[in-house]
Ligand binder design. Structure first.
Ligand code: EPU
Length: 336
């Protein structure tokens, strides 16, 4: 492991916030975990930081940041006609996508170009274009920090939900994920429920292959979402709100074009981006922070924004959306 004092985190968060951590610990191997927990994480504030693409640092961090920097993709045995991969937490998500495309493994191609590391993917059950990572996660291995004991949780035990899992609930801030196992298919099958994706494939008259689907997803993302290397951002800042069917019905009387998807228990999931746009916030800038011109759900650092500027924009958006629709937006991003 490597230990640094007073580490600038600018390169470790896609919002590009210039904040400092008292101590920064980069883990080189999963088998260092017990040692790291015993030596550094007891009676000391800590935060496990993957790729920093879903974290907004709101101030300097007076504790230890643990960054899993160990990667690796192992092909394990086949199970029920599926290929099992055991992937280390520090492997960049996009490397796994490319690995699967090269080896013709189907299941996660719609999740192309999501920034971040593999270990973070199950925490918020990353999802895009009709696929969520829970559809392919077989199990998750790691350590419970408070006890120092290893865990291995099956897909069901991870209690995945929309942008949710046990790692954001009972194990919140109390686990260090070391490996994620994926169950992928060698038989061609695609998820084409997202209209924008089927349309893009048809328009370009491309045959249905892993590479083509992945390329189309990348193009759609590039058109809507800012590249964090150029414009600091943390992807969707809010979750899409889930409301009772009656509330949705009532809103459609005033806003007949309201986008809504079916959610569990007969509820409806609205599009936070659309609500924010209708509230007049798309592409708006206040000081150095604001929302993205092509996707209002993404808050951005237009250059040199302070955490407070971003939070002020977020709070005003929440207030305006509440006033207009009587819907409360919940932040999706981790604020530290
Ligand atoms: N919309 C607007 N205005 C906007 C943004 C969106 O009217 O400014 C409308 C769109 O026209 C569309 C609908 O809202 O009809 C949905 O928009 P989009 O397809 O862009 O998806 P989203 O619901 O806004 C979610 C995920 C994204 C993921 C996309 C694609 C959440 C919080 N976000 O966004 O995930 O890429 O679907 O599947 O669920 C992320 O989590 O960081 C992320 C980018």
């Amino acid at each position: 492991m490597k230990l640094f004092d007073n580490q600038n985190l600018k390169e470790y968060n896609t919002f590009g916030m210039e904040v400092y951590a008292r101590q920064f610990l980069a883990m080189d191997a999963a088998d260092e975990t017990s040692d790291v927990i015993a030596r550094f994480l007891h009676e000391n504030p800590y935060y496990i930081l993957g790729g920093g693409s879903n974290t907004l640092f709101t101030k300097n961090f007076d504790g230890t940041i643990v960054h899993p920097a160990f990667g690796g993709i192992e092909r394990m045995e086949k199970k029920d006609g599926k290929v099992l991969l055991r992937v280390a937490a520090g492997e960049p998500w996009e490397n796994l996508i490319q690995y699967c495309i090269r080896r013709q493994l189907y299941g996660i191609e719609n999740l192309t170009a999501i920034p971040g590391l593999v270990g973070s993917a199950p925490v918020q059950n990353i999802g895009a274009y009709g696929v969520e990572v829970k559809d392919t996660v077989w199990k998750v291995e790691g350590f419970v920090i408070s006890t120092g004991l290893p865990f291995s949780l099956s897909n069901a035990e991870c209690r995945f939900g929309y942008r949710n899992s046990i790692f954001k609930q009972t194990l919140k801030n109390d686990c260090l994920i070391t490996y994620v196992w994926f169950q992928l298919s060698e038989n061609p099958h695609f998820t084409l429920s997202y209209q924008g994706l089927t349309k893009a494939l048809q328009e370009r008259e491309l045959p249905l292959t892993l590479r083509n689907v992945s390329d189309c997803v990348r193009k759609i993302r590039d058109a809507k979402l800012p590249d964090p290397k150029i414009v600091g951002n943390g992807g969707s800042f809010f979750q899409n709100p889930i409301v009772p069917a009656e509330k949705h019905n009532e809103l459609t009387k005033t806003y007949p074009d309201l986008v809504a998807y079916d959610a569990p228990d007969g509820q409806k999931k609205l599009s936070a981006g659309q609500l924010i746009e209708k509230a007049g916030w798309k592409g708006k800038q206040v000081g150095n922070a604001g929302t993205w011109k092509n996707q209002a759900l993404v808050l951005v650092n237009y250059g040199g924004a302070t955490p407070q500027e971003v939070l002020d924009v977020a709070e005003t958006i929440i207030k305006d959306v509440k006033m207009m629709f009587d819907v409360t937006l919940e932040m999706e991003i981790n604020r530290i």
